[in-house]
Ligand binder design. Sequence first.
Ligand SMILES: Cc1cc2nc3c(=O)[nH]c(=O)nc-3n(C[C@H](O)[C@H](O)[C@H](O)COP(=O)(O)OP(=O)(O)OC[C@H]3O[C@@H](n4cnc5c(N)ncnc54)[C@H](O)[C@@H]3O)c2cc1C
Length: 280
Amino acid sequence: MSDYTSFSVGGMADVMACPMDEDDLRKLLHFAECKGFPIYVLGAGTNLLVKDGGIRGIVLNLSEGFRDIVFRGEDSLEVGAGVSLSKVVTIYKEKGFSGLEFAVGIPGSVGGAVAMNAGAYGGEMKDVVEGVEIMGRGGKVRFIQGSNVGFSYRGSKLPDGAVILRVRLAFKRCNVEEVEKKMIKYKAMRKKTQAMNMPNAGSIFKNPGGESAGILIEEAGLKGMRCGGAKISEVHANYIVNLGDANAGDILALIARARDKVYQLKGIVLEPEIKVIGED
Ligand SMILES: Cc1cc2nc3c(=O)[nH]c(=O)nc-3n(C[C@H](O)[C@H](O)[C@H](O)COP(=O)(O)OP(=O)(O)OC[C@H]3O[C@@H](n4cnc5c(N)ncnc54)[C@H](O)[C@@H]3O)c2cc1C
C-alpha cells in the first residue's frame, strides 16, 4: 500500500479492486459479502496510515472509474468520488466560482474530502456539499442531502459500509480575480506552515477544543524527534514526515510518544485525525 498512500508506507493488501462503474461496484460488493471479505474504501490515501502487515480483504479504489464532472443547473456541480479535489478547485478558480477557496492545496479525492469533511482556514466541505450519492450494502444507490451526511470536525457519519459515488457541490458565481486572490493567500499560508517536501499525511491529530495540536506537541519538546525513518516535522509539529525509509511502526511509535507526552504535561488527550488501518 506504500504506492497508494502519501506517507509511502504500508504492507500489501490482499486485493485491490478498481470498479469502473456502478454495476462493477455492485457486483464486487455482492461478491465480498457472499465470501465474507472485508472491504476498505481508498481515496487518494492522503489521510491514511496503513500498518506494515498490510490489509486483509479488498481495497476499493475508485480513482479509475467515478471520474465524471457534470454541471447541475446554475449553481452546482456533480463530481465523481475518484476525481482529485485539486481538479475541482482548479475548475472553481478558472470559472470564478466561490466556495472552495479554502481547499486549495488539500490533496486527496473528492470522496475522501467528503468522508473526512476536509477543511482549512475556516472553511470545510460541509459548507459546499449539497448532497452525496452513495452505494450502500446490497448495492442500492441513494442520494443523501448534505444536512444528513452527519458532518463533524474532520469526519462524517454515513451509513455503515456506504461508498460515496458522487458528490454534488454548490458554488456562488463570483469573479476569477477575487477567487484567485483568496486562493493565492491560502496557498502562501500553507507553504509557510506545512512540511511539503517529504511524504506525510497532513495533520496527525485533531486540534483539541480550540487548542493547536501542533503547538501542544512543540511545547512538549518533540519537534524534530525521530524514530527510525520517521520524524516529527521541524516545520509543523502536528506533521510526521517519512525521511525515506520509514515504516508504519516508526510513525506509530512517534504518534504514541506525542500522545503520551502531551497527556502527561497538559492532561489533554490528542485524538488522531488520520485513519490507521491494517495489521501489525
Ligand atoms: C500535505 C497534506 C496536507 C493536508 N492538508 C489538509 C488540510 O488542510 N485539511 C484537511 O482537512 N486535510 C488535509 N490533509 C489530509 C487529507 O488530504 C484529507 O483528509 C483528504 O480529504 C483525504 O482524502 P483522500 O482521498 O486522500 O482520502 P483517504 O486518505 O484515501 O481516505 C480517508 C478516509 O475517507 C474514506 N473514503 C475515501 N473515499 C471514500 C469514498 N468514496 N466513500 C467512502 N469513504 C471514502 C476512507 O475509507 C478513509 O476512511 C492533508 C494531507 C496532506 C498529505
